[in-house]
Ligand binder design. Structure first.
Ligand SMILES: Cc1cc2nc3c(=O)[nH]c(=O)nc-3n(C[C@H](O)[C@H](O)[C@H](O)COP(=O)(O)O)c2cc1C
Length: 262
């Protein structure tokens, strides 16, 4: 399979604006730098349209292009920048070889004391996915009602609309998913690293992914628990949905990093 990180042109932004902060003309700055010496870093941005940028400014305090401070052709940085949470999948299945390659990538993640406190359950079976969905829908709705409705009514409306509009508002019809199941003191830090490796490796192979916490809200179904062989003390990270993307969303706004140099 052709690797997905064939470099795509990244749309440079000429001028980045933060409200209340001096406008910076990056094109002029780059030209100045190029005139004096080779720039040590290149400021390029994610491909947001000017309309998106303006609405982003209106909505939030910061302008949020994702800056790449190093070589934009670097394949790792390119994959990190372009990975998106995918919520719409083609029915085309992901091959077993590819799923194993993703699990190998997960297994190479760093872990506390190199304990690798994880195991993986791959779910592809349509019948089992339906059972998961039947359990996850009421549980995730309850979670949204309890934790989001009051604190963020707008987000609540948005999320509930998904439940009305989609047949599968939890797993988005993904043809495969990997439950990363961990236990032990280092699992909470280590297992998400394995998850991230899966998502980045998937993107590099042209496969979409999404961590769906709502998809892990299935532990009250004994049949599902038994199939996953979930034992006392084990926690589900993910599941990570996998499949070929039907739609790739625009990059969501990201806050500028808060940095302190010492
Ligand atoms: C711990 C965690 C839980 C998440 N749970 C869900 C989920 O239940 N449903 C969903 O649609 N997306 C879920 N996401 C995806 C986030 O919404 C997504 O990462 C975020 O909106 C940023 O978008 P991006 O991944 O494209 O950068 C989850 C992500 C993480 C890291």
């Amino acid at each position: 399979m052709a690797p997905a990180f064939s470099p795509q042109p990244i749309q440079p932004l000429d001028t980045l604006v933060r409200p209340g902060v001096k406008r910076v003309n990056y094109r002029r700055r780059r030209q100045r730098m190029a005139g004096s010496r080779q720039p040590s870093s290149v400021y390029l941005c994610s491909p947001m349209t000017r309309g998106q940028i303006r609405s982003t400014i209106a909505r939030r305090k910061f302008i949020l292009p994702i800056p790449l401070r190093e070589d934009p052709m670097n394949p790792v940085l390119d994959v990190i920048q372009k990975r998106r949470s995918i919520r719409s999948y083609l029915t085309k299945s992901v091959t077993k070889e590819t799923l194993l390659a993703l699990i190998d990538a997960a297994n190479l993640a760093p872990s506390g004391m190199n304990l690798q406190p994880w195991r993986f359950v791959v779910v592809e079976d349509a019948g089992f996915r339906r059972k998961l969905l039947k359990t996850a829908i009421p549980n995730s709705k309850k979670f949204i009602e309890t934790f989001i409705k009051e604190s963020n009514p707008k987000r609540y409306e948005q999320m509930m609309r998904r439940y009305e509009e989609l047949d599968d508002p939890v797993y988005y019809g993904a043809p495969a998913m990997i439950f990363v199941i961990g236990s032990g003191p280092h699992a909470p830090e280590s297992c998400p690293m394995a998850c991230e490796n899966i998502m980045l490796a998937a993107h590099s192979l042209g496969i979409g992914s999404c961590w769906v916490k709502f998809g892990s809200m299935i532990t009250d179904n004994p049949e599902v628990v038994s199939a996953l062989e979930l034992k006392e003390g084990e926690i589900i990270y993910g599941p990570i949905l996998l499949g070929y993307p039907k739609d790739i969303p625009n990059p969501p706004p990201k806050k500028a990093p808060v940095i302190k140099w010492i």
